[in-house]
Design a protein around this ligand. Structure first.
Ligand SMILES: [Zn+2]
Length: 297
């Protein structure tokens, strides 16, 4: 089939989110010749150092912004994607009761129009056919993730409109918008079932199970419309995530499930189709379903 150059844009909140949400999908599409651009809204300046081997080192804490840029460069190279910074400052995850106010000048407090305008400019320059982002709950309730959702939806709508942000370039109509569905209950259960069937212990402790339940009760359960088979790209996903060395515990639960168990139990990354201007049949197995036919340039 001869289709033109397909382009996929993934909008993420922090460096490392691209490697934990949809990374295998991006690696697969890159290998298939799709041009993939990650747009990272913030520099991740307020991320906690989660790798026990790198904790308590003042030289890392003092240079975290630079270190995270270098980590992002490595992850980008492993995935084979392009990557742009939207240029906002990490809002941090507020903790405590009552929650402390968000820090001045952070992404979540930036004027909507400014953030949407910057993303519209990225869309009009890159001209993606498909955009991925988070759902309205952010995938998890970090203020930057929710903001990433808000500006992605707004920019998807504004990019084709010549009256909006006229200084941000020629209008461009993206054809589909998806939400990442990272942690569905079905996936969690399928993996646990496969582990137990092989006589392996489950890495999901009561705390994790409890948190999952809480989330299911608190937030809308995403509707999986699209499952992309990426079993052969799980290794690349893990390598990319490990490149964010300060942000992940290499012995943590994310890496605890053997890849062959993941491949057998749940070989896909999953998405919810949020907006579409093309016809496609649900369930889909391709983010470009209905798009390939239209792209000839
Ligand atoms: Zn994040």
């Amino acid at each position: 089939m001869s289709s033109g150059q397909l382009r996929l844009m993934a909008v993420h909140a922090h460096p490392d989110d691209e490697s934990s949400k949809g990374a295998a999908t991006m690696a697969r599409y890159v290998d298939e010749g799709v041009d993939v651009l990650v747009v990272t809204c913030t520099g991740g300046e307020r991320g906690s150092i989660l790798n026990p081997a790198l904790q308590g080192r003042p030289e890392i804490e003092a240079n975290i912004a630079e270190i995270r840029k270098a980590e992002m460069d490595r992850a980008r190279a492993i995935l084979g994607v392009r990557q742009h910074w939207l240029g906002f400052v990490d809002s941090g995850l507020p903790e405590g009761d009552p929650l402390p106010p968000l820090p001045e000048g952070c992404f979540a407090l930036a004027p909507m129009d400014e953030a949407v305008g910057r993303l519209v400019k990225e869309i009009r320059e890159f001209r993606p056919h498909v955009i991925t982002t988070y759902d309205e709950n952010g995938g998890y309730p970090h203020p930057d993730h929710i903001r990433t959702h808000d500006i992605s939806v707004a920019a998807f709508e504004a990019a084709p409109d010549p009256d909006r942000f006229p200084e941000a370039g020629e209008p461009w109509q993206p054809l589909k918008l998806y939400y990442d569905v990272g942690f569905s209950f079905e996936r969690f259960e399928a993996i646990e079932k496969e582990l137990l069937a092989r006589g392996l212990p489950s890495p999901y402790d009561d705390l994790r199970r409890e948190r999952m339940k809480e989330r299911m009760e608190k937030f809308r359960v995403p509707k999986i419309t699209t499952r992309v088979d990426v079993a052969d790209w799980f290794e690349r996903r893990d390598q990319a995530l490990l490149a964010h060395a300060t942000q992940v515990d290499p012995n943590g639960w994310f890496f605890a499930v053997p890849l062959d168990v993941q491949r057998a139990a749940w070989p896909t990354e999953d998405y919810e189709l949020a907006s579409s201007l093309v016809d496609s049949t649900i369930p889909e197995d391709d983010l470009f379903a209905g798009v390939r036919e239209q792209v000839t340039e």
